[in-house]
Design a protein around this ligand. Sequence first.
Ligand code: DOR
Length: 431
Amino acid sequence: MSRFLIRGGRVLDPACGRDERGDVLVEDGVIVAVDAAIETRGAEILDAEGLWVAPGFVDLHTHLREPGQEYKEDIASGGRAAVAGGFTSVACMANTDPVNDDPSVTDYILDRARQDSPAQVYPVAAATKGLAGEVMTEMVALVGAGAVAFSDDGKTIMDSGVMRRVLEYSKLVERPVITHAEDRTLVGDGVVNEGPISTRLGLPGNPAVAETVHVSRDVTLAEETGAHLHIAHISTAGGVAQVRAARERGAHITAEVTPHHLTLTDEATTAYDTNTKMAPPLRSQADVRACREALADGTIDAIATDHAPHAVHEKEVEFTAAPPGIIGFETAFAVVMDLVREEALSPLDLISRLSTAPAQILGLEAGSLAVGAPADVAVVDPARRWTYDTTKGHSKSRNSPWDGGALEGRVLATIVGGRLVYHADRGVLAP
Ligand code: DOR
């Protein structure tokens, strides 16, 4: 029997509303006690004095690139980067090669994950064949193989008839549909937020209204069908207003925001750094403010990294030619700690957005430190200062705007299923 005592930390468990100093005892992969002081013999001790002890983070939006683009990332390297960032469960998007639109691909991903990944991996299957937005995938078979949600992320389903059918069928399998809400006809060839910055840079603009219009359409269809719609990487005040209004009407809408859309504006793109290029693009200060407010008031449920690895040779090209996306696992906690430092979010609410809420959206048995829950735990130092160096990171890719940056807040240990899989001093320890 394996026993683990995490001693003396600030236990932050949104699932139980707990925020108090205490000990957490783990036995055989399960949390067996959480109390002010636990006396036990023969347990391995993890000293958490001065640290936060939280349910492991759950990232419901990542790109692990396997199968097909292993030069950017694979399930092993992505899983290692995830646990180094405190993520114990990650959902991976379907824009692999081949696309995850067939149960054989879902099977493959889960098989690789079981062998190679220290983090739990949950495949998101494509909503349409080949992400082409035309023919629906076989949802029942995909759920049977282990898909937890459906999404054409990276591409927008532009055909409203197809989207309506996808939402209708998703109810049968009781899984959310995750929408990449950018109206492609409005995005055009836009690569940065449309506004003074795009004009100054001489780069084609992607207008905020592209998101507002698409969120509006998808929310309308979700209300009509009664399906659970989840909005990926929301980035605009207009999109947020649509979600807020729909939720007030009682629609089953959830939403996520990325660390970068919470902390960076289009000002960051002024050096033409392709590591500030993503889809949707970094927006204005007013949009960032709206996303922060919505995260604080619960209109936005979850923080998701949209970890999107791309190789150096792909990013070291002119801005218009570079693929969109940045890596995010290893910096997420430090970056979003900004909101706690600025008192925009309480520590318990931050952990809820990083763990409990995304687990609930995907229906995962995660995001809780309750007795009987799987022992997935993140132990973090909210005040530790460190310098991020992508060459020392665990991802195969280096496309981060925070490379070389001074950060505050660090993941010190990650436990998955009762096993210590990451320790800041010892690195990734398993599998
Ligand atoms: O920036 C992005 N990169 N946004 C997406 O939706 C897709 C992702 C990718 O796959 O690289």
